[in-house]
Design a protein around this ligand. Structure first.
Ligand code: HEM
Length: 464
């Protein structure tokens, strides 16, 4: 009897160790970076998501700047070396293409991250002509100004959830640029569907009715149908428009001609890419200003100086925007300190790749983790202090090789200036019109894997 018990115990131990080694055996190759692949299927997902930055730091101290792990359903090499990170982002042609999680790829479709080489060049060229710096200066600026001016009306005397308001702002302003003059009922119902789609992109890809992923896939179908109907409506009408959809359909420059499916993907890309990044940065900038009264006073001075030179209803001009140097610094400092983007994902496609003396097998993900660089004391003195002046005093900090707040290389953010403008004008009208303080009872903010106020960020607002 006892022998059976010992056999069973030995078998359980063997099964346990085989299971523990399963991932290592499955993925083992000579010359790969050090690291642990954890349990089968789940790998180290739990540690990755719950301990985030601490997990990265601990793994780095154990294995070095380049280590392997297994999270979110796939084997990953994490790179925390700023030079290697830059090399990866600058060398897409060597087979390191964007490699976002499956849920994101399946729901977002053939969007810009899924195309490479000549097709990427054409899609990106089209995008830059619509939302790049020249379009911002020549076309988008008055629209952003008009939107912010009215969006930030009548907030005095209220308690608002800043997170909800900045999310709404980021979506409506992009939507207005894409399709002007659509009725509110359409925009509201489109937003609800789009939000459900966007939530699906950050879920586990389990395609069973009831899951967030399944709802996301269904929402994508509806988003595509709604956009197809919009295209058909435009074609059937003789009315003229001055918005992104019209520019895409008319394709005046002829250089970046897109077919209907590509137009729809382009619109989804514009609405998706500039959504959470803009809303989160705006929310966090206001939070940091609230916590740093001397910076708030200085930024108010900057905006009142601009306002005093203008008539009450006069628009913000390009020169005014370019003179908002402290505001730009506040935005960059917010992105750095809150690490709005913790890193970007790549995957090896064509073959195994050698990186810093290690082999990265074909098909693996590479997490270009840029968050640590944001706190490098050699680049940012007293890195945990909110000090926007560092960006004003050291003008070349924004173009520093290791500043990857907007990525680097051929995929560097094409919406940077548009995003900067939206946040700057939100801050302009907010700080010149209102005072505010945090309401009681806000839960602690989450910083990883996304910056999030779990139950909202409530603030009490009074007129200035
Ligand atoms: C202001 C906050 C923003 C931040 C912090 C930000 C950050 C980034 C980063 C880090 C990347 C690189 C991704 C990668 O290498 O895989 C990127 C790419 C991109 N961003 Fe932004 N972004 C912002 C605003 C916007 C806006 C307003 C748009 C408008 C559409 C936009 C559109 C895009 C697109 C389309 C790409 C992919 C470019 C490509 O693959 O060629 N972003 N962004």
């Amino acid at each position: 009897m006892l022998t059976v018990f010992y056999y069973a115990l030995a078998l359980t131990f063997c099964a346990f160790f085989a299971l523990l080694k399963w991932n290592s055996l499955r993925y083992s190759r000579k010359g790969m970076p050090p690291g642990s692949l954890g349990w089968p299927f789940v790998g180290e997902t739990l540690k990755f998501l719950t301990q985030g930055p601490d997990f990265m730091k601990e793994s780095r101290s154990r294995y070095g700047n380049l280590f392997k792990t297994h999270a979110l359903g796939c084997p990953i090499v994490v790179s925390m070396d700023p030079d290697v990170n830059r090399y990866i982002l600058l060398n897409e042609a060597k087979g390191l293409v964007p490699g976002y999680p499956d849920s994101m790829r399946k729901i977002l479709g053939t969007n810009i991250a899924e195309v490479h080489g000549a097709i990427h060049k054409r899609i990106r060229g089209s995008l830059l002509s619509l939302i790049g710096p020249i379009a911002v200066k020549d076309r988008l600026l008055p629209e952003v100004d008009e939107f912010m001016r009215s969006y930030l009306d009548n907030w005095g005397g209220k308690v608002i959830d800043l997170q909800e308001k900045t999310v709404e702002m980021a979506f409506f302003i992009s939507m207005k640029a894409v399709v002007e003059n659509e009725p509110n009922s359409f925009v509201e119902s489109f937003k609800a569907t789009f939000d459900s789609m966007a939530l699906g992109t950050i879920s586990l890809p389990i395609k069973i009715p009831g899951t967030q992923y399944y709802r996301g896939l269904k929402a994508r179908e509806k988003v595509v149908t709604m956009l197809r109907e919009l295209l058909a409506k435009r074609r059937a009408s003789s009315a003229t428009h001055d918005d992104i959809l019209d520019h895409l359909m008319r394709n005046e420059d002829g250089k970046h001609k897109l077919d209907d499916e590509e137009i729809i993907e382009q619109i989804i890309t514009i609405l998706y890419s500039g959504y959470e990044t803009v809303s989160t940065t705006t929310m966090m900038a206001i939070k940091y200003l609230c916590d740093n009264p001397s910076v708030l006073q200085a930024i108010r001075d900057e905006h009142f100086a601009i306002q005093q030179k203008k008539m009450p209803e006069e628009r913000i001009s390009w020169d005014d925007y370019k003179n908002m140097s402290l505001t730009r610094a506040v935005i960059l400092e917010t992105m750095r300190l809150a690490s709005v983007v913790a890193g970007v994902m790549r995957r090896t496609t064509t073959n195994d790749i050698e990186l810093n003396g290690f082999i990265i097998p074909k098909g693996w993900r590479v997490y270009v983790y840029t968050r640590e660089t944001n706190f490098d004391p050699f680049i940012y003195e007293e890195p945990f202090t909110f000090n926007p002046w560092r960006w004003v005093e050291k003008k070349d900090l924004e173009s520093h090789n290791h500043n990857m707040l907007f990525g680097a290389g051929g995929r560097v953010c094409p919406g940077k200036e548009w995003g900067m403008l939206k946040i700057s004008l939100f801050l302009h009208y907010f700080v010149t019109r209102y005072r505010w303080e945090e309401a009681e009872g806000n839960k602690q903010l989450m910083k990883f894997p996304r910056v999030l106020a779990p139950e909202g960020l409530h603030i009490r607002i009074t007129n200035y």
